[in-house]
Design a protein around this ligand. Structure first.
Ligand SMILES: [Zn+2]
Length: 328
């Protein structure tokens, strides 16, 4: 009788919540894909998640489509100031026992690092082409020890393949210094090539374009941001051939139709890669996006409790070689 009751309680606990029973702390979550940016109140617009459920397209002679829409039932408010965003972020990180990998504005990253508990903000430095930060400055920045990760590497927006020789030296540095690299591959949203990035090519989001880079740098640790969405077969083929490669789910989990997201995630897990999927948001200016995105995984009923824990935490701990006891 007692055993049955305990079992029943256990099942309820496993199904209902990620909050730990032994303490009031939420089970830890690592968000590997956060953008630290200064809030521009003129451009930070509200957003309804899964807004890409409707992409009717436009005519070249008509006004450009809006990139974001905020006409859904759920509307996420954009923060109006850096302080407001930081305060909200810190509050949520504390409540949900979160750690974030943050790239972008160095001052914003420093402010967050100061405001958060030690080790909870992991700074990341990116590059988009050989025309930005020089290889030497990039290496010097990494050697300060402040940055633990390289990303977001946004080559696709500049019309470049990750295997393009013009950026190979950056990857050589990351490989030599043993620093993990996050590369944007795949999704760009509706009309990216028409709107802000005329050099953006969907074809350059093909995960198989990483093959030459990985062959040249066998010790390079790479994760594919946005899981290469929507190129699932190519993503699976690449992960099958290259056992160091991980993915994150950022961006796609709150912008595309929910059913499409679940189909993609389910396929990755079904193909055997449940231990190489990391949780990420692509957080920019909407504080509540954290809860929205976490909810997608929490409510994925085709995933077991352990599979969800892998995605939220265990896989990132393994990938970044972190000490899990520091995050409990
Ligand atoms: Zn991206």
């Amino acid at each position: 009788m007692k055993k049955t009751l305990l079992l029943a309680l256990g099942l309820i606990w496993a199904n209902v919540s990620f909050a730990q029973v032994s303490s009031s702390k939420h089970l830890p979550i690592i968000d590997v894909h956060v953008h630290a940016m200064k809030v521009n109140p003129n451009f930070a617009s509200d957003m309804s998640p899964w807004f890409l459920s409707n992409m009717p397209g436009t005519d070249p002679n008509e006004p450009m489509p809006k990139f974001l829409s905020a006409d859904g039932a759920i509307m996420l408010k954009a923060a109006k100031s850096d302080q407001e965003f930081q305060d909200e972020l810190m509050k949520t990180m504390k409540r949900l026992n979160m750690t974030i990998v943050a790239s972008g504005d160095p001052q914003v990253i420093r402010n967050w690092k100061k405001a958060a508990e030690p080790g909870r903000v992991i700074p990341s430095i990116g590059f988009n082409s050989a025309n930005g930060i020089s290889v030497q400055a990039f290496e010097d920045s990494l050697k300060t020890g402040f940055y633990k990760v390289v990303g977001e590497v946004g080559l696709q927006y500049q019309g470049l393949s990750p295997s393009d020789p013009s950026v190979d030296k950056y990857f050589e540095v990351a490989e030599r210094l043993n620093i993990p690299v996050a590369i944007h591959m795949g999704t760009g949203g509706n009309g990216m090539a028409n709107l802000t990035s005329p050099k953006y090519r969907a074809s350059l989001g093909n995960p198989l374009l990483l093959e030459d880079l990985l062959a040249r740098h066998p010790k390079l640790k790479v994760w594919v941001m946005h899981a290469g969405y929507p190129m699932i077969d190519e993503m699976i083929a690449l992960m099958g051939a290259n056992s160091h490669v991980y993915v994150d789910l950022a961006g796609m989990i709150w912008s595309y139709p929910l059913e499409e997201i679940h189909l993609y995630l389910k396929r990755l897990v079904q193909a055997g890669f449940g231990k190489r999927i990391m949780y990420g948001t692509d957080l920019m200016v909407w504080p509540k996006l954290l809860e929205t995105s976490i909810g997608v995984i929490e409510n994925a009923n085709y995933l077991s409790f352990d599979q969800k824990r892998d995605i939220f935490f265990n896989n990132a701990v393994r990938f970044f070689r972190l000490d899990p006891t520091k995050y409990q």
